[in-house]
Write a protein that binds this ligand. Structure first.
Ligand code: ARG
Length: 458
């Protein structure tokens, strides 16, 4: 028990399975850099508080940089009793510089240390995730800008509804990602709160300058209550919630593309780079990338729900349950980052088939336009809806399209129809009429591209 940093009051040995159960180093080692940075800042604060001499501080900082370098070079030797990244780094520091290393933890607890490390680590990751999200939005904007002339049916209930531009559909997903970008940025001030200096729970008795610590480590704020500082993991919940909603958006876009890539639709073909084959059916090319994007969303929701359950019943401040914050967070960061990159690659390499989209445009998707035609002739919409519906039924009973009905047929449905009725049966004209903000006309699609470009420029 001497080897354990907390071993002083212990005489009995830790059960071997308990030892294994308690160990978090196998996953929290990825925070080694945050842990070293936090310790360097803390050594400086201790020196300013008169606990360490200038020389002691320099020796500690030098030792810490060696510890960090060993991790980076992959040569850090893990010892049996290294419980987590904090104990491992302190043990190694003390090996390197002697008993002086034992001064570093003065007034500090692993409770304020781990909360600080998590926040520092997550702040770095959020920056990377933000870049991934921006890259995805960027390829969507570029495609949308180039493919504005492709028309296809817009669906509700997966039933053909009204004609739209392909770019309008792509951009609809990009606007979800725009909200995700805003939300991600809004998390940062709440992650960027410094727990270091809260001690185990009651605060720091050596008058360390916490505002100095915050500045050194780049935190925007200082935790104002030490009990809260060591016990709060809301920032992790918020990141998991953010990840969940972002994955919903990725999953819904994936679902659209899975449907559109079937032979029955044939609107898009996934590149080979993002597809796989079947081990038995030689003809198969499956959209595995999209299915994994849809599937990964499930595990991310699991991470969120799982951690909320861990978190909900805890008494104030630190409890070891909180060690269970790491794996769900790490898993979410890894899988959301990968999902953003895969989604970007899928969109960038997708082949679009505008002729198949065009073929799917049957005249019935202009039934709303037919009703609107009569509205423009002064008939109340409720009546025009009914008249247009009767035209649809008549065409259906004859096995033809509404554009095949004769002018005589239309005259029997309403006396307001005139010879210009044929102008209704034009998909391009239909989309161009949707020219209010948010509509699918070319100008409004261009506007959307511009709005999103402005978002990315910020
Ligand atoms: N490995 C621990 C965690 O991840 C560090 C904090 C341990 N604190 C304690 N009082 N046992 O939460």
């Amino acid at each position: 028990t001497k080897a354990k940093l907390w071993g002083g009051r212990f005489t009995g040995k830790t059960d071997p399975l308990m030892h294994e159960f308690n160990q978090s180093l196998k996953y929290d080692r990825r925070m080694y850099d945050a842990d070293v940075r936090g310790s360097v800042a803390y050594a400086k604060a201790l020196s300013r508080a008169g606990i360490l001499t200038q020389d002691e501080m320099e020796k500690i900082i030098h030792g810490l940089s060696t510890v960090g370098k060993e991790w980076m070079d992959g040569i850090f030797q893990v010892k049996e009793d290294d419980e987590d990244i904090h104990t491992a780094n302190e043990r190694r520091l003390t090996e390197l510089i002697g008993p002086l290393g034992g001064k570093l933890h003065t007034g500090r607890s692993r409770n304020d240390q781990v909360a600080t490390d998590m926040r520092l680590w997550l702040l770095d990751e959020v920056r990377d995730v933000e870049q991934g999200l921006r890259a995805l939005i960027r390829v969507m904007i570029e495609r949308a800008d180039q493919e504005k002339d492709y028309l296809l049916p817009g669906y509700t209930h997966l039933q053909r509804g009204q004609p739209i531009r392909w770019s309008h559909l792509l951009l609809s997903h990009a606007f979800s990602f725009r909200s995700d970008l805003e939300r991600l940025q809004q998390l940062i001030p709440r992650i960027s709160v410094l727990p270091l200096g809260c001690g185990a729970l009651a605060g720091n008795p050596f008058a360390v300058d916490r505002e100095f610590l915050a500045k050194e480590l780049g935190f925007q704020h200082v935790a104002e209550n030490s009990l809260w500082g060591v016990g709060d993991r809301d920032f992790i919940v918020e990141f998991l919630q953010w990840s969940s909603l972002t994955m919903v958006h990725i999953s819904r876009m994936a679902e659209d593309l899975i449907i559109y890539s079937t032979a029955e639709f044939g609107f898009v073909t996934l590149s080979d780079a993002y597809s796989t084959g079947s081990s038995i059916m030689p003809q198969k090319k499956n959209p595995d990338s999209l299915e994994l994007l849809r599937g990964k969303s499930g595990r991310i929701f699991g991470n969120m729900a799982g951690f909320l359950m861990t978190y909900k019943g805890l008494p104030s401040t630190y409890n070891k349950d909180l060690q269970e914050d790491k794996e769900p967070l790490f898993d979410a960061v890894d899988n959301v980052s990968a999902s953003l990159k895969i989604a970007e690659g899928v969109i960038a390499t997708l082949t679009v088939h505008p002729e198949r989209m065009r073929q799917a445009l049957t005249m019935d998707v202009l039934a709303t336009d037919l009703a609107d035609y009569l509205v423009r002739k002064g008939v109340p919409f409720r009546e025009t809806h009914h008249i247009s519906g009767r035209a649809v039924a008549l065409a259906e009973s004859r096995g033809c399209q509404i554009s095949d009905l004769s002018f005589g047929d239309y005259e029997t449905l309403s006396e307001k129809f005139s010879e210009d009725i044929h102008k209704v049966f034009d998909f391009e004209a239909s989309v161009e009429r949707r020219e209010s903000i948010g509509g699918t006309s070319k100008k409004m699609v261009e506007r959307q591209v511009q709005v999103l470009r402005d978002v990315l420029a910020k």
